[in-house]
Design a protein around this ligand. Structure first.
Ligand code: PMP
Ligand code: GLN
Length: 378
């Protein structure tokens, strides 16, 4: 048997979560909230299940959800997205990303990926015979040198993957980044995949620049989002993708044979729930409080936190504490000191140890305080 993904291992998130469980460590590794989602949302799911919304949803997703999303995109990003032809509800952001890649990539195609990068991009590209061309960004700035990116573009470049706000660097893209991207691709057939699952988790009153706000880019892009982040329900595995009609039509050809459609009662419940804009506009303040608690608390420790612009992750530098490589130190921190994190090296394809750990702060205050107590003693 010849593996199609010989280098791919069980994901670092599964491995660190399992290690946390085994050693009864506080799990700040895999990104998921440990507090309950809203009672109102759960009551809505119950309502729609009892009402009989338990069969297949329409393949592109239920219309009321696509309508409320089109309205949200219009209000926030001043863009008119066609509910019939340009929005598809998916079984999570990961499935949207995978399906977009499956739709586009043929053997020999090149895909530019900014690293450190979310773990699903590379294997998805490689499964279809594509080649990842990494742009390696380094701590602490993770700054993009657009001239260098320009040099990586070739006649084989099919896709550029953008993740903004970025997991795990926590960086947000500035307007100038999009303008630079626009200049690079305007006379090429390159498609963009913009992973914006953390669009509402941006701090210090900074704007989230969506790719939807750049018409020349949007005309050639898939924009992906996740309800897991929007309504604190990563286990519901629901998300969506907005793309111009010609790309959506191709995406749906793959989507209908991949999952066909996503969970019906939860789509109805979310459609009602996010009518109230505070359900997602409140995420900034909600997570900023947690970020600030963690950053303040870590000042009493020997860890150094890096500036966190967005997402619900914080990067911690442990240089003053240990010279172990990241995976070894993350393992030691979990097994001996009972706090599980993710080594940032796991987000790079080539070895890149910078003494950095990623810590997820989508946790209740008690959990964060207990983790801080442990980290301060190290
Ligand atoms: N993209 C990024 C950058 C993520 O961090 C995640 C998961 N947290 C996803 C996509 C996937 O979202 P989902 O859980 O909806 O599949
Ligand atoms: N996106 C989550 C993270 O970055 C994990 C998702 C997963 O476990 N596949 O931690």
């Amino acid at each position: 048997f010849v593996s199609k993904l010989p280098k791919t291992e069980v994901s670092i998130f599964s491995r660190m979560s399992a290690l946390a469980q085994e050693h009864e460590a506080i799990n700040l590794s895999q990104g998921f909230p440990n507090y309950p989602t809203s009672d109102k949302l759960i009551a809505l799911v119950d309502h729609y299940m009892r009402k009989g919304c338990n069969q297949y949803a329409p393949m592109p997703g239920i219309l009321p959800l696509r309508e409320v999303l089109a309205e949200k995109m219009n209000i926030l990003y001043q863009v008119d997205v066609d509910v019939e032809k340009e929005i598809t509800i998916t079984s999570g952001g990961t499935q949207a990303i995978f399906t977009a890649i499956a739709t586009l990539i043929r053997p020999g195609d090149e895909v530019i990926v900014f690293e450190p990068a979310y773990d699903s991009y590379r294997p998805s590209v490689e499964l279809f015979g594509g080649k990842v061309v990494p742009v390696t960004l380094k701590s602490p700035q993770f700054a993009i040198d657009w001239k260098e990116v320009g040099k990586l573009i070739s006649p084989c470049t099919k896709l550029i993957i953008v993740n903004n706000p970025t997991n795990p660097s926590t960086k947000i893209w500035k307007k100038a980044d999009f303008e630079a991207l626009e200049k690079l691709v305007w006379d090429t057939p390159i498609t963009i995949l913009s992973d914006e699952v953390y669009e509402h988790i941006v701090y210090d009153n900074q704007p989230h620049w969506s790719l939807l706000q750049f018409p020349a880019l949007w005309a050639r892009s898939f924009v992906v989002a996740s309800f897991g982040k929007l309504v604190h329900t990563t286990g519901w595995k629901l998300g969506y993708v907005a793309a111009p009609a010609y790309l959506t039509a191709e995406f749906r050809k793959v989507h209908q044979f991949n999952v066909f459609s996503a969970n019906t009662p939860m789509q109805f419940a979310i459609a009602d729930y996010i009518q109230d804009k505070d359900s997602y506009l409140g995420l900034r303040a909600f997570f900023q409080e947690k970020r600030d608690l963690l950053v303040e608390g870590l000042k009493a420790s020997r860890f150094q936190s890096l500036p966190c612009e967005g997402t619900y992750f914080l990067l911690m530098d442990y240089t003053p504490i240990s010279d172990l490589p990241e995976l070894a130190y993350a393992t030691q921190l979990t097994t001996q000191f009972k706090v599980a994190t993710v080594p940032v090296s796991a987000f790079y394809a080539s070895p890149c140890d910078q003494s950095l750990l990623r810590i997820c702060f989508a946790k209740d205050k008690d959990t964060l305080n207990r983790a801080l107590d442990l980290l301060i003693k190290i």
